[in-house]
Design a protein around this ligand. Structure first.
Ligand SMILES: NC(=O)c1ccc[n+]([C@@H]2O[C@H](COP(=O)([O-])OP(=O)(O)OC[C@H]3O[C@@H](n4cnc5c(N)ncnc54)[C@H](OP(=O)(O)O)[C@@H]3O)[C@@H](O)[C@H]2O)c1
Length: 330
């Protein structure tokens, strides 16, 4: 995006002109700043602590006069409110905030349907769930709004609403952010979100497990990560280029059951040589979570190898005999 070509809000196009945020954490800061960068009018921000709301307001364009308020006041002063709060706080806020007729209220959770906002609808509000299929690990006050906007470009947003006017508005906002809308029924959100967790959070967990295994060899966490990252990047590039299941490589894809057996053997031996992870000796002797991480990796290895085997069958790179040999090990 260049400064001149950035998308601008078309004037008078919206019944939801004044946008408010309840929640100024990882997603709230990114979304509010990105929308403001596109020319949307952010009216007011609230959070659990007023200081968090103020920190976000300071990052928004000064001329817009955005206010840091309490959640009730944000709801009273805005036409469209994003609830950018932890999932478990959404039902209580939906029940307790003073929603008004015609107002839009949108939560950003992937796992919850819009039905969790039913209390708002009973008071005349238009409700929706809009989940960015993206990872936001930090409260983003450091990078420029332009950088945040560039990170969001191409992102898919899972939208669920029965309100056509609100749907139209959310589609417009997603399009301003150069995103794509994925329409998703309320009953689909849990499996959808499990998929999102696999593709992001558990990739981090897997890289953490790989680092833990390297650490058992005395390689420091930082060096482990440096050594593993080219492999991780190449894997993502391969998935991008070849897709699933073609990107699968490794012993399961080759049908090397002997190698799989040697992995399982090492993991078993490690488990027998290490005290159970919940025993007091672990904390005393190691002072780290390393044994527990490796122990959990053993369970993950088997579960993931079973998935890899199904993909190898789809890829048609292994014989029936090899499939049976690996299946017997798992
Ligand atoms: N993080 C991600 O990668 C990601 C991705 C997609 C969707 N989401 C969804 O986005 C939503 C927000 O997640 P997040 O990661 O941004 O959470 P977060 O970083 O923990 O931020 C939560 C924000 O909510 C505020 N808050 C908490 N309880 C509140 C209450 N009762 N009233 C008012 N404000 C309250 C907190 O205030 P303080 O700052 O004052 O503590 C904080 O500003 C969730 O529904 C999540 O599922 C997250």
């Amino acid at each position: 995006l260049t400064k001149d070509s950035r998308p601008r809000e078309s004037p008078g196009s919206s019944a939801f002109r004044r946008i408010g945020f309840v929640g100024a954490g990882a997603v709230g800061t990114t979304l509010a700043r990105a929308l403001a960068e596109c020319g949307a009018r952010i009216e007011a921000v609230a959070a659990g602590h007023l200081a968090s709301a103020r920190a976000l307001v300071e990052m928004l364009p000064a001329g817009d006069g955005v206010k840091a308020l309490l959640p009730d006041a944000v709801v009273q002063s805005c036409d469209l409110v994003f609830l950018a709060v932890p999932d478990d706080s959404i039902p209580h806020l939906a029940e307790s905030l003073p929603w008004h007729d015609g107002q839009g209220v949108v939560h950003l959770s992937g796992a919850k349907s819009s039905a969790v906002l039913a209390a708002g609808r009973e008071r005349g509000a238009r409700i929706a769930a809009l989940h960015p299929l993206m990872t936001f690990p930090h409260r983003e006050l450091g990078p420029t709004a332009r950088v945040l906007l560039e990170r969001l470009a191409g992102c898919y947003w899972a939208l669920e609403t029965e309100d056509s006017l609100l749907e139209q508005e959310l589609r417009r906002l997603v399009s301003m952010l150069q995103g794509h809308v994925l329409t998703l029924g309320g009953e689909s959100r849990i499996p959808y979100h499990i998929g999102a967790v696999f593709a992001s959070n558990y990739v981090v967990a897997l890289i953490g497990a790989a680092c833990a295994l390297f650490e058992t060899l005395g390689i420091e966490r930082e060096e482990s990560l440096a050594a593993l990252l080219p492999l991780v990047h190449a894997t993502i590039a391969s998935v991008t280029e070849s897709g699933i299941p073609q990107a699968l490589s490794g012993p399961v894809a080759r049908g090397d059951s002997g190698t799989v057996a040697s992995h399982l053997d090492w993991l078993e031996k490690y488990l027998h040589a290490t005290p159970a992870s919940d025993s007091p000796e672990v904390t005393a002797a190691h002072g780290t979570l390393l044994p527990a991480l490796v122990e959990s990796s053993a369970g993950a290895y088997r579960a993931l190898a079973r998935i890899a085997l199904l993909l190898a069958i789809q890829k048609q790179t292994i014989t029936g005999e090899q499939i049976e040999a690996i299946r017997a090990l798992l």
